[in-house]
Design a protein around this ligand. Structure first.
Ligand code: SF4
Ligand code: SF4
Length: 677
């Protein structure tokens, strides 16, 4: 079937018609076909989510809608009709006039879209003046109004701040204020929430949803997360290897998806309620590179329902309001779908009732203070209390999940425990030995036995060295193998992390993000650690790779009896992997307990809000009990309970007296004067 007719909606209602869009790039290694024959339409006030793994072509598609690819090195064919004109045929001058009042982009990383040396208000005002004749003072007033419109309670104060003085979610809202400054008809949001924790994510998505009503804007939301699409989209286009493989209204795509790739994406999301699974479902393999795309179905190498006919190109089929690109007969789909989405998995291997073993790490009232010199540009000087008197133990073989919003201090705490940062106060014991301030020469054993893996492993992999050399280095440094036995050990490590042995001969840039994460883990395992501190190891990965990585950590724990501190802002991942969970807010632990207990019956009001935010995602509506106000910065924490400005059950005592972490039942500890289970 012609893709145009497959995706057709009544034309008089549609604001944007993308038809037969194909984009390819000339590269040193040949032509890359990034987008192939993509068609979709968007009506006024409609939100379309384009979802897919990295490299699926979703960002190139929306950059083409903005007319930005044609001007680069890409070859673009097809049409992008917007307000009766084909964007692909516009001159640079006409396109410039259209961008802003017609279409505006909300970029993924507001930090790179903002200039660090100017205040937020100044930058928004300049954006306004770029499209409208207006005095500086009027533009400045309008900037403050816009900051109010995107939900800041104190817009004048925010206008005077520099970008680095805002949290990630606040920066994203500020950039949205900039994007809507000329009342665009169409907003294109490229992964606007992928770098944000769930609470900030909810704020940004709620804001986008409100803008659709208040401004009457249509929105294209690009995301690698099906959950984000579920939150606000009216319809969803799932992209794979440059093509739309399924396109449907949001309800049907979640209730009765038709394409095996969509089934895999949905099945890979870790569940947040019910019994924990022993392993997550994951789509095997990785998306194809451009030169691996043949004539048949691009998903075939990863598809468990592959048939002989799949070596030929599938055509779009329409079932009610759903369009999909697959050879499966409609009558066969429900049974296959149930097989993937309803896959029965064995009970969890995590055993919260096993007898406690002795602690491997003991953290006592650990404090970390940063001093900010006045001499820094834009700095007012002062101190930041990044970790505030945290007490925590991790037992041998135990996995503790450390969860909280970005900026809550969880990464700093992890780095203090790994002694990558000097601690400012408190004590740290490893295997019973005090190492709080031990000099580096006494830390040799600790350095080997405690390893840390990072969210972006690329930064810690020397790009000029082969993977084999990178992993061999710590083994030789700690004299763990003789050079003659090194090869066998390297092969063993590759097997453990699920990489081919040939990877040892290659360089870091030849690997995908998920593979680099595995390399980082292999290097950590190379020195036979007792404790791994994994800092957001899956947050930058697509959902299917995320599931593969969670399974890998579960396997390694079982095989090697490792202790694990797993730092993440994704509660579902934490739930899957941890025996106990510790929830952090503004530098302090507010609740610790067995993972199932905390997720089933959180006691601290902040923990309740966090858990409810994710549970409501799964029910496909934006959370109502979420924290919709700005988190105070760690410079200005309230007196008494730090959560008191946002707590729905706050009492006078809370504002006067800071609650300490105390046991309320079993091994549950909560820092609240009025905990409720
Ligand atoms: S066309 Fe074949 S290989 Fe492709 S998704 Fe459908 S069943 Fe799987
Ligand atoms: S101490 Fe008071 S303000 Fe703080 S979380 Fe508990 S009830 Fe809320």
């Amino acid at each position: 079937m012609n893709p145009d007719s497959a995706f057709a909606t009544p034309r008089e209602r549609s604001l944007l018609n993308v038809s037969g869009l194909s984009v390819s790039f000339e590269t040193d290694s040949g032509v890359v076909r990034a987008v192939r024959d993509v068609s979709f339409q968007l009506s006024r006030k409609e939100i379309l989510a384009i979802v897919g793994e990295s490299g699926s072509g979703k960002t190139v598609t929306v950059l083409s809608v903005l007319g930005l690819i044609n001007r680069g090195n890409g070859a673009v064919t097809g049409t992008v009709e917007f307000q009766d004109q084909d964007i692909l045929k516009l001159s640079d001058r006409k396109l410039r006039r259209l961008l802003g009042p017609g279409i505006a982009l909300i970029p993924q990383d507001p930090m790179t879209a903002m200039t660090p040396v100017y205040t937020v208000g100044w930058q928004i005002a300049e954006q306004i003046r770029a499209h409208e004749k207006m005095s500086h003072s009027s533009a400045r007033r309008r900037a403050v109004e816009l900051l109010g419109a995107v939900g800041f309670a104190n817009p004048s104060e925010i206008a005077g701040r520099y970008p680095h003085e805002l949290s990630g979610g606040m920066r994203q809202r500020a950039i949205i204020a900039m994007s809507i400054s000329s009342n665009p008809v169409l907003l294109v949001a490229d992964e606007p929430t992928s770098a944000l924790d769930r609470t900030a994510q909810v704020q940004v998505l709620s804001l986008l949803d409100r803008l659709r009503t208040d401004l009457g804007s249509s929105i294209i939301l690009v995301s690698h997360s099906m959950s984000v699409a579920a939150d606000i989209a009216d319809k969803v286009a799932v992209m794979y290897a440059g093509r739309i493989v399924e396109h449907a209204p949001t309800g049907p795509i979640f209730n009765r998806p038709n394409h095996p790739y969509t089934w895999g994406m949905l099945a890979s999301i870790p569940p947040l309620s019910g019994k924990r699974q022993s392993r997550l479902f994951s789509i095997p393999g990785a998306p194809p590179s451009s030169d691996e795309i043949g004539n048949g179905c691009s998903f075939a190498p990863r598809c468990q329902f592959r048939m002989e006919i799949c070596d030929t190109a599938p055509q779009y089929t329409v079932e009610k309001d759903q369009v999909s690109l697959c050879h499966l007969e409609p009558v066969d789909r429900p049974a296959h779908r149930d097989r993937v989405l309803g896959a029965k998995v064995p009970a969890p291997r995590i055993d919260a009732t096993r007898p406690a073993s002795k602690p491997i790490i003991e953290v006592k009232a650990l404090t970390k203070i940063y001093r900010i010199p006045r001499a820094l540009p834009g700095s007012r000087g002062g101190m930041v209390l990044a970790v505030d008197s945290v007490t925590l133990e991790v037992a041998e073989g135990e996995a503790v999940g450390l969860v909280g919003e970005s900026g809550c201090g969880k990464t700093t705490l992890g780095r203090c425990i790994a002694r990558l940062y000097e601690i400012s106060g408190g004590a740290l014991r490893f295997e019973g030995v005090d190492i709080s301030h031990a000099p580096e020469r006494r830390l040799a054993l600790f350095r080997r036995r405690v390893q840390m893996t990072f969210q972006d492993p690329s930064a810690s992999l020397n790009p000029r060295r082969r993977i084999g050399d990178i992993i061999a280095e710590p083994i030789l440094f700690h004299k763990l193998r003789r050079p003659a036995d090194l090869g066998a050990r390297l092969k063993e490590l590759m097997q453990m992390v699920g990489l081919p042995v040939g990877a040892l001969e290659r360089y870091p840039h030849e690997f995908s993000g998920g593979q680099r994460q595995r390399i980082g883990i292999a290097r950590a395992l190379a020195v036979e650690p007792a404790l791994i501190i994994a800092d957001e190891p899956v947050s930058a990965l697509d959902v299917s790779l995320q599931a593969q990585m969670v399974n890998l950590f579960l396997d390694l724990r079982d095989q090697l009896h490792l202790s694990l501190i797993f730092i993440a802002h994704d509660l579902a991942v934490i739930r899957q992997i941890s025996d106990r969970v510790a929830i952090m807010y503004l530098g302090s632990l507010v609740e610790i307990g067995n993972t199932d207990d905390v997720f089933e019956r959180p006691a601290h009001p902040y923990a309740k809000a966090l858990v409810s935010s994710v549970q409501q995602t799964r029910s496909r509506s934006l959370p109502q009990t979420m924290l919709m106000t700005d988190v105070p910065s760690s410079h200005h924490t309230p007196k008494g309970c730090k959560f008191s400005p946002h707590c729905s059950i706050v009492q006078d005592r809370c504002r006067a007296e800071r609650p300490l972490l105390r046991a309320i039942t079993g091994n549950r500890q909560v820092a609240c004067h009025y905990p409720k289970i």
